[in-house]
Every structure is written in C-alpha cells, then in structure tokens.
Design a protein around this ligand. Structure first.
Ligand code: DGJ
Length: 734
C-alpha cells in the first residue's frame, strides 16, 4: 500500500520506491509535516523525525513540528498556506483533524485541470479532513501518490459547512517545509520572444518568490520551481520540483529563517473568494516530484512522464503529431487564397502534412489593429471562404488548420460595436489597449457560451483538424460587471475557469482536432494548458541558436511533445541571424516539427534539403516526439549543446556547436540510458553536413558501456566545422 496509516502514532506514510512523505496528526489535532524526501521503510514509525524542527514555529503542544498546511493564526509566524476570514472579520481559524479516507485511484478536480488515473491500481489517494468547529469550515487536503513514479499530487478543498459566509483570502495548493536551507533554486524569467531564461540562486535568508498577476502564467515567469543541492548536476544528486497545473495568476514563495518553506498556488495578491453557506472551493493541483540521486534530468523525466501519461488528453497522448507549415512568418497578414494554395502545393511536395492558416483571415484584419471577435471570413482575401480553402487544401492531401484568438476583442470590430461591455474593464474608466486589443470577460457564462457556439460552428463548417488558440495580451483593469463588489477578488480565477470551460467543451466536441495553445509564443506555456491542448507554441523566437536554449530550459519541466518547433527563413526575423537549413532543422527535430516560411521562395536545392529533413524526421518521429529526453552534459555550455532522446527502438543524439573557437580540443560526448552490455549500431544522419572523421571515429558497432563512459568523439576543429552553428545527429540502434 503506498499510503499507510499508523493508528497508534497517527502517522500517514505516503511512499513508493522513489519517495516518502510523512504527515502526522498531533495531540492537539493539528497536522504536522514530518518528512518529505528519499524513501523510508514502510510499516515503521518515525518519532525522531518529528523532531526535525522548524525554527520559527511556536505550537501549543510545545512540539516543533512544522504545520502541514499552516494557517498563520496560531504562532507559525511564517508565510501561511491559507487564510479564511469569518463574518466578524477575524482570521484566526484553526481547523483540526476530523477524519480521513484512503482509497485507490484519483479524483479529478471539478472545473480545473488535474492528473488522472485510469485504473485504480495506478494511484492511491488520501483525503484528510479537517474541521473548524467555530466557523463550520471543512478543509480537505488531498494527496495522491502514483505507483512507480516519484510524484505526489496535492490540492485542497474548502467547504463552508457553517451558517455564515466566509471569505478565502489565500488558498495555496502545497506547502513544504525543508529541514535545511542548503538548496539552490532553479526557475525561469523572460519576455516575449525571450522565454525560459534560467535563473539559479541560493536560498537566502528572508523571502524569495515568483508570481504572475497578469491573468496568464506569463512570459516573465513559469509556474514551477526546482530545488537542488549545490552539488547536484544534470545526472547526479538530490533534487525536488514543484509545479502548478494552472494558467492564471500563480505564486511560488520561498521563505527561509534557517529552515525554508516552499509554497505554490494561486497568487493571493489578486485573489479572494466568497464562500457562501454550503459552497466549496478547490485550489488548483500542485505536483511534487523528487529524486534522491537522479539529478536535474531525473526531475525533468519525472515531470515529462507524468504530464505525458497522466495529464494530456487520452486521444493525443501518444499520437504522432503532424509536420506542419504555418504561414505566419511567410506572409504575416498579407495573403490571398491563391498565395496560400501555392504555398500549400509546395508544402505537399516537400512532405508537409498540415497547412495552418494563421492570423489575418477574418473580419477586415490587414494588421493587428482590428477584427478580433469577428470570426467570419474576409472574402476579399479568401473568396471561397474557409470551407472553400480548406477543401482545396485537403484535396491536395494535406490537413487544414486554423488560427483563432477566442479570448480577445478589438475595439474596431463588429463584436465590440454590439457588445462593448463584453470587454474587461471598469465602467467609467478608460481601458488600456495592448496590441490594439481588449480581453473578453471570460468570467461571464454568456460569453463562454457564445464563444463555444462561434468556434464550434467554425470548426464544423470546414474540414479543420487543428486549431492554434492564441492569446496575445494580459489583463489590465481587472473587473467584471457581472460580479458584485464583494466578489471582484474572484475575477482572475473565474476568468481562467471560463477559459478552461471553453477549452473543455470544444475539445469534448472535437476530440480529434489537435489544439495548440499559444500566447504570443510562451506566455501561457504551463501544465494547466497541457491538459486541454497537448502542444503549445513555445516562443515566437524561431532562431535556431536561441531555440536551443529555450527548448533546453523548457525541457526542465515540459516534455518535447508539448512544444512546436519550427524552421523559419534566414536571416531570422527575430534576431537577424543566419544559420544553415540543416542546423535549423536539427534543432527543430526535437519537438513537433513545423515550418514557418514561404516555401515558394525556396531554391530547388533548399527544397531538396527540406524534403530530406522531413523524410528523416518522419522516419524517427516517434522518438523525436515521445522518446525520453535528456540534456547531455557538455564540456563548455557556451560553445556546445547536446540532447538525447531514447525510445525502445533507438536513441537519437543531437550535438550542436554554437560558436567556433580556433584550435579547440575534440569533444567527448558521453551518452546515457543505454545498456552497458549491449552492442549498438551508430550512424550519422547523412544530410547533416557531418565531418567524415566523425563517421570514422563513431560509426559502426559500439558498446553501450563505451558510449556512456567514453562517449562519442567529435572533432570540432576540422575544416567543415570551422564556423559557428554546426550540428550533427547520431542514430544509435541496438
Ligand atoms: C502571436 C503568435 O505567437 C504568432 O505565432 C502568431 O500567431 C501571431 N500571434 C499572430 O497574430
């Protein structure tokens, strides 16, 4: 049993072969957090671990055990996990143990994305019920541990079983006290076209944190945090990660007075929730993953596996994703049906499978200053409509996909003329425009219903097999005219619940349509979105060099099947950099490959190259999209990068030289996850511009032990490799 309850010591032990978490009902009825880390033997009691004290808590029972889910009202003095205000204004609630149940399987969270368990044996769940007799608040703490995975899922449910309304001021999803502060934090920051910039810092004294208050998870931050020991590397050492299955305003807090507390959940700065009598509130789900010795790659693989297997919609979780052509960088707003058909026809010749029509097909949208909300075709550009165009494209043997931005409304639009009050804003105050657009108030049911009808009609009107769902601005002037004053604090959460409902209804109506989420690139690239849209546009930055870093850092938490990676034209539109077609392709292979250029402008030689790239990708697509992904260690990360993906059939390795240096030594690239006693056949992708010497050094039969301990030998100074941005792909088969 992965969850044991010791009746005598009142200890709950959640455990599997990867981790243990111990929680204890204390004498005063409060819940103590005893331990979370490497696996401990089940069926034992751990009284001495309870002495691992938090330095900053004072408890009535004089023990020093940290609170499992601290209220802040009772002498904890550190950042609290929840705060509930009673009708008299007080916030001193003290729910204590009431009862618990342990059962097989895992419940879903109403209206929110959550991990699933299809079979009972996959997971076990503990519901720990606390009760506050004065107010009548019931608080249920949910814990699910998966069999065979180093993952615990956590969330809380607040139920007002009293007779007076309550107000939730704060409701985090997970609170974790660590026994020492010898950890380093890994998180990301960024901006548009500059997402996933890694930050590594020590836990310092006091307060550190990340949060979004923009309505979406953000380009600037991402809802996860990895903690690693100072000596932990990509492949070795202890680490743990927390992430939130949520796409709205989130917060991660680390507070440290010698023993740190880590929390993740909704950002309370922009949140409150009125709980009428009988009402309940569920927090989003948080995940905790842990590795004792597997390093950062170990944490990444735990996240990848659980998102891939227990979060992504079942229809799509193992389905190979099509190679697409998106017209955005090829034409921007300036296209005609004739132009699109010409592009599609070349795309088909090259082996592309899906043609995606991006922004600009509706209303009078010749630039980004109008028409969002007017989801009817612009017949000036597309005289035979979306249906006519889609039919012509599908008749070529391609699938057809379409861009929409359902949460938005332009001031210059028929929708705004009809429903000016549908845009988020405060009556009597001006609204801020960003990218010339406002945000629709998705907290309102009638707007969600309207959008379901509009988009469902659109998808049904034509053979559409893919939707790119964009969202190009964050929220300002947060306010809903549909909410009373004492519920305005609910706006942001209700907004994202509305978005989730829209996604849920549409993906249920069209289970076979592939939805790709996007928010000006990676502005809402999070696990919440992954539950509905199995892939997302990671960044508007399509420069291969920048993508190497963006994809590497995104892979800390997100599997490569979750991101679109496109080959675009050079000089690159975001950086002005030119790299070879092969190099661009070798980076884009690791993910869901697409092209974002005008293929009619390619020379015959380039067309041949693109076709060869696509053929190669298709032959190895399953591994590129779903293989286990590893960031390989390289001697000098400012000069080199390397990725490995491994499936049952094969291992593929991408090695990238970023910047050339004169007379630099050959590089040994050590592989991983092979079987030391097997022999492997190593070859190099012929199109990749490889250096003959590398073929001699590496190709042929090699032992798994040799490849992992000695590694591939890459001669980075030889003639063809003199120059920046050089890549090679190795294919390794047993
Ligand atoms: C932002 C997206 O990230 C781009 O790929 C493109 O779809 C534009 N929006 C269109 O407006």
């Amino acid at each position: 049993m992965p969850i044991d309850f010791n009746q005598e010591t009142k200890e709950f032990h959640l455990h599997n072969e990867f981790l243990s978490c111990l929680i204890k009902v204390l004498d005063d009825g409060s819940i103590g957090q005893v331990y979370c880390g490497a696996p401990l033997m089940p069926s034992r009691s751990y009284p001495f671990l309870s002495l691992l004290a938090s330095h900053a808590s004072f408890r009535r029972d004089r023990t020093l055990i940290p609170f499992e889910y601290p209220s802040g009202a009772r002498g904890d003095y550190r950042v609290c996990a929840f705060a509930v205000q009673e009708a008299d204004g007080s916030m001193a609630m003290d729910p204590v143990y009431h009862s618990h149940v342990i059962y097989e399987g895992k419940p879903l969270i109403p209206r929110l994305p959550s991990l699933y368990a299809e079979q009972d044996y996959e997971a076990q769940t503990l519901e720990l019920k606390l009760f506050d007799a004065v107010s009548g608040l019931s608080l249920i703490l949910y814990y699910t541990i998966y069999a065979g995975a180093p993952v615990i899922a956590r969330h809380s449910r607040f139920i007002n079983a009293g007779e007076k309304p309550l107000v939730l001021r704060k409701a985090m999803s997970l609170s974790l006290d660590l026994p020492d502060d010898n950890w380093q934090l890994m998180s990301v920051t960024g901006a548009w076209a500059h997402e996933f910039q890694l930050i590594e810092e020590r836990i310092s004294a006091g307060f550190q944190g990340i949060r979004s208050n923009r309505g979406n998870s953000g380009h600037q931050q991402n809802p996860f945090l990895i903690l690693k020991r100072p000596f932990t590397s990509e492949f070795l050492g202890e680490a743990l990660g927390v992430s939130l299955l949520y796409s709205g305003n989130f917060a991660i807090a680390v507070e440290n007075y010698r023993s740190p507390r880590v929390q993740i959940g909704i950002n309370d700065e922009t949140f409150s929730w009125k709980l009428e009598e009988g009402a309940s509130f569920d927090t989003p789900e948080a995940l905790l993953v842990y590795t004792k010795s597997g390093g950062i790659n170990g944490i990444s693989q735990a996240f990848h596996a659980v998102y891939q297997e227990k979060l992504v919609r079942k229809t799509w979780r193992h389905k190979e994703r099509p190679v697409l052509l998106n017209n955005w960088e090829g034409t921007y707003f300036n296209f005609t049906e004739e132009k699109l058909l010409a592009m599609a026809s070349v795309a088909k010749e090259l082996g592309i499978e899906l043609f995606v029509l991006d922004d600009g097909w509706f209303g009078q949208r010749d630039s980004d200053d109008s028409s969002l909300g007017d989801w009817f075709v612009d017949t000036r550009k597309l005289p035979s409509g979306i249906a006519g165009l889609a039919k012509k494209i599908t008749a070529m043997g391609l699938q057809f996909g379409l861009w929409i931005e359902p949460e938005m409304i332009s001031r210059k639009s028929r929708l705004f003329e009809t429903h000016p009050d549908w845009a988020v804003g405060v009556p009597g105050r001006s609204r801020t425009e960003q990218r010339n657009q406002y945000v629709l108030d998705m907290s309102r049911q009638e707007i969600v219903d309207y959008m379901v009808t509009v988009i469902a009609n659109l998808i049904s009107s034509a053979p559409i097999s893919y939707i790119k769902w964009d969202m190009n601005r964050s929220i300002t002037e947060p306010f809903s005219i549909a909410l009373p004053p004492d519920r305005q604090g609910e706006f942001f959460h209700r907004y994202i619940l509305g978005v989730y409902e829209l996604y849920d209804r549409l993906t249920t109506l069209f289970p076979d349509v592939l939805f790709e989420s996007c928010a000006g690139g990676g502005g809402r690239f999070d696990a919440g979105m992954l539950a509905f849209a199995p892939q997302a546009w990671l960044s508007d930055n399509t420069d291969a060099l920048e993508r190497l870093r963006i994809q590497s850092v995104a892979s800390l938490v997100y599997p490569q099947s979750s991101w679109g990676s496109h080959v675009s034209a050079v000089p690159n539109h975001q950086t002005g950099r030119s790299t070879s077609l092969n190099f661009r392709a070798m980076v884009a292979f690791f993910g869901n490959l697409g092209f974002e250029l005008d293929p009619t402008t390619l020379s015959p030689e380039e067309k041949k190259q693109v076709a060869a790239c696509i053929e190669f990708y298709k032959a190895h697509r399953k591994t590129f999209q779903y293989g286990q992904f590893f960031r390989l260690s390289v001697a000098n990360p400012s000069l080199y990068a390397a990725w490995q993906v491994s499936s049952e059939e094969e291992t593929l390795v991408g090695f990238y030289k970023l910047l050339a240096q004169a007379n630099c030594p050959p590089v040994r690239l050590r592989l991983t996850n092979l079987n030391g006693s097997y022999l492997y056949d190593v070859s190099i992708w012929e199109q990749g511009g490889f250096e003959a010497q590398d073929k001699t050094f590496n190709c042929g039969s090699r032992g798994g032990d040799e490849l992992m301990s000695g590694g591939l030998l890459l001669d980075t100074t030889s003639v063809t490799k003199q120059g920046d941005f050089f890549g090679e792909i190795f294919i390794i088969k047993r």
